[in-house]
Ligand binder design. Structure first.
Ligand SMILES: Nc1ncnc2c1ncn2[C@@H]1O[C@H](COP(=O)(O)OP(=O)(O)O)[C@@H](O)[C@H]1O
Ligand SMILES: [Mg+2]
Length: 231
């Protein structure tokens, strides 16, 4: 699981890993002081968002098609590079899809995967699944700016820095202040991570394996974060 603020270098890191694997397997040098690589059967990537207007597919459908293709064809020997899965839809279903996809890759397919995401909630998976580890692209936070260090270190980002990015880009101060206020409210009342961890992280995967996805969605609806705007 690879987290880090916008523009910190997650996508570049994914591409770099894919290229290094490819270069090594075609017999090339790799641009690294040292690299330990296994041979993989295929490299699967899902990077970037494009509308396929010609065939009438929305950005999100393209994303889901590509993700489905990966989940249906990856093997334990595949290298899977996923960039921001679940970004193309609303927060809760996007996060739910990202969670389920990551869980499936780790527990069912067991492919070597880098899953870049701005959903820092996914860091919870590492405390549930022994073959998941958290890494983050580090930044140095200064009072009025973020300095990108472009280094990947163990650990998970505890937030997404999206509002900081908006501020740096020049969104009006009142909009930034209001966004902070709304985020404060959402954080105060959201129990996504706690709910997933306490509630049914293990029973979820059992149910999914049995194909009873309906019960899973009923359980998910129990989570109190769905109530976030009530106060
Ligand atoms: N290792 C690096 N060294 C220098 N610049 C980098 C590095 N990684 C990323 N960048 C710069 O940061 C920009 C954003 O990187 P990107 O991978 O798109 O970020 P993210 O996917 O985290 O939003 C890149 O276009 C590049 O200019
Ligand atoms: Mg990116």
């Amino acid at each position: 699981m690879l987290t880090g603020p916008n523009a910190s270098g997650k996508s570049c890191y994914l591409r770099q890993v894919g290229l290094i694997q490819l270069m090594a397997q075609v017999g090339s040098f790799v641009p690294a002081e040292a690299a330990t690589l296994a041979v993989c059967d295929r490299i699967f990537t899902r990077v970037g968002a494009v509308d396929d207007l010609a065939t009438g597919q929305s950005t999100f459908m393209v994303e889901m098609n590509e993700t489905a293709n990966i989940l249906n064809h990856a093997t334990p020997k595949s290298l899977v590079l996923l960039d921001e899965i679940g970004r193309g839809t609303a927060t809760f279903d996007g996060l739910s899809i990202a969670w389920a996809v990551a869980e499936h890759l780790a527990t069912e397919i067991r492919a070597r995967t880098i899953f870049a995401t701005h959903y820092h909630e996914l860091n919870e998976l590492a405390s549930i699944l022994s073959n998941v580890a958290n890494y983050q692209v580090t930044v140095k936070e200064m009072p009025d700016q973020i300095i990108f260090l472009h280094q990947v270190r163990p650990g998970g980002a505890d937030r997404s820095y999206g509002i900081e990015a908006g501020r740096l880009a020049g969104l009006p101060t009142s909009v930034i202040q209001r966004a902070r206020q709304v985020m404060g409210q959402i954080e105060k009342h959201s129990h996504i991570a706690i709910g997933l961890r306490k509630g049914n992280a293990s029973s979820n995967s059992v149910q999914e394996r049995n194909g009873k996805s309906r019960r899973v969605s009923e359980k998910t609806a129990d989570l109190s974060q769905l109530d976030i705007f009530n106060s």
